[in-house]
Design a protein around this ligand. Structure first.
Ligand code: AQP
Length: 325
């Protein structure tokens, strides 16, 4: 069975972009691959955060991942900082990573602009840690959203450089492209992100969802209800298909195109479908959150399994590097 690795940062609320862009696919992969899914808390250190909130963020995210369908009996679920070999391998891989490539990464540029007072070296070497995350488990498959494609390409390059210099230790990981390549935030412009104020979180209360959808960006060319809408380019219409059946979605789009529905009607349908769709996840996550001991147990067991695999790889890496025994 091939090995899949993927990670998610505890950098804020788990949102519908993360769910459709990543986690829904992870759930489906559990029966097809040997899966390792990681709460990448070391990656989250590259952005400014509240140290007191970190424990809570990791637990909440884990609860939401479990509520979304990740099953600790079919996948290894763990926190990155519980397996120190991620950092060790990242250092080793940094010695074969071309510096110029790092500074060209789109995410580095975007996050540097977002937080100009915190352009740290970790933000730049983020893709090296990501390469270590994957190669540590000799994963051959990595599900990625469009925002991570460039990082995975660099991970593949790092893998090739290591292997050509030190011998064939790592298989070259291949991407699995996710269905929802990129979900935009409610501003309709930037990628929906945990660290931006533009997301709809899977655990948002129904009233919060309704309010966010009500204020979401819509077709700016549609000035009054009688104007025909453009469902192919409208942000609200682009989300309908995730929460409604194909038939319902086609009807909503038709209603918009023929102006029998205004944007308010489209938003109302979207909000209600979203509330209904997300309710079971929100409820299951609340159940998990009520039992932090169980969450801790899942992450502890996951880390134990991950460390066995990580140690095995690191033995091979140290041997290949010729490090002093
Ligand atoms: N808007 C999105 N649409 C589709 N997929 C998305 N992903 C993230 N945002 C979208 C996918 O979610 C997975 C986990 O992402 P991450 O936590 O590693 O970091 P990210 O990609 O940087 O996600 P965020 O929410 O934007 O976090 P912050 O704000 O902290 O940077 C990835 O597979 C990603 O493709």
């Amino acid at each position: 069975m091939e090995t899949v690795f993927s990670g998610i940062q505890p950098s804020g609320g788990f949102h519908i972009g993360n769910y459709f862009g990543a986690v829904q696919n992870w759930v489906e992969m559990q029966d097809k691959y040997r899966c390792l899914f990681c709460v990448v808390d070391l990656h989250a250190l590259t952005q400014t955060y509240d140290t007191k909130a970190m424990q809570e963020r990791v637990e909440t995210l884990t609860a939401e991942l479990l509520a979304s369908g990740l099953d600790p009996n079919r996948a290894v679920l763990f926190a990155q900082s519980h397996v120190p070999e991620h950092s060790e391998l990242a250092w080793i891989l940094s010695t074969v990573t071309p510096y110029g490539e790092l500074s060209r990464m789109t995410q580095f540029k975007e996050k540097s602009e977002r937080e100009p007072e915190n352009i740290n070296a970790g933000l730049m070497s983020y893709p090296i840690l990501m390469a270590a995350d994957i190669l540590l488990y000799r994963a051959t498959r990595v599900p990625v959203g469009v925002d991570q494609v460039q990082h995975l390409e660099l991970a593949r390059e790092i893998c090739r450089r290591f292997n050509s210099r030190f011998g064939n230790v790592f298989p070259e990981p291949q991407p699995i492209h996710t269905k929802a390549l990129k979900i935009l935030g409610v501003d309709g412009k930037q990628k929906m992100s945990k660290s931006l104020d533009n997301s709809i979180q899977v655990s948002d209360d129904p009233e919060v969802i309704r309010k966010k959808v009500k204020n979401a960006f819509t077709d700016p060319t549609r000035l009054k209800k009688a104007d025909p809408g453009h469902p192919d380019t409208c942000y609200v219409c682009s989300l309908q298909g995730y929460f409604a059946t194909p038939e319902e979605t086609a009807t909503y789009h038709d209603n918009c195109r023929t102006a029998s529905w205004g944007c308010v009607d489209s938003k109302r349908a979207l909000a209600e479908n979203m509330v209904k769709y997300l309710a079971p996840i929100r409820e299951k996550a609340a159940e998990w959150k009520a039992h932090p001991d169980r969450i801790r147990q899942v992450l502890g067991d996951g880390a134990q399994t991950a460390r066995v695999l990580a140690n095995d790889t690191m033995d091979k890496v140290r041997e290949a590097l010729g490090l002093y025994k």
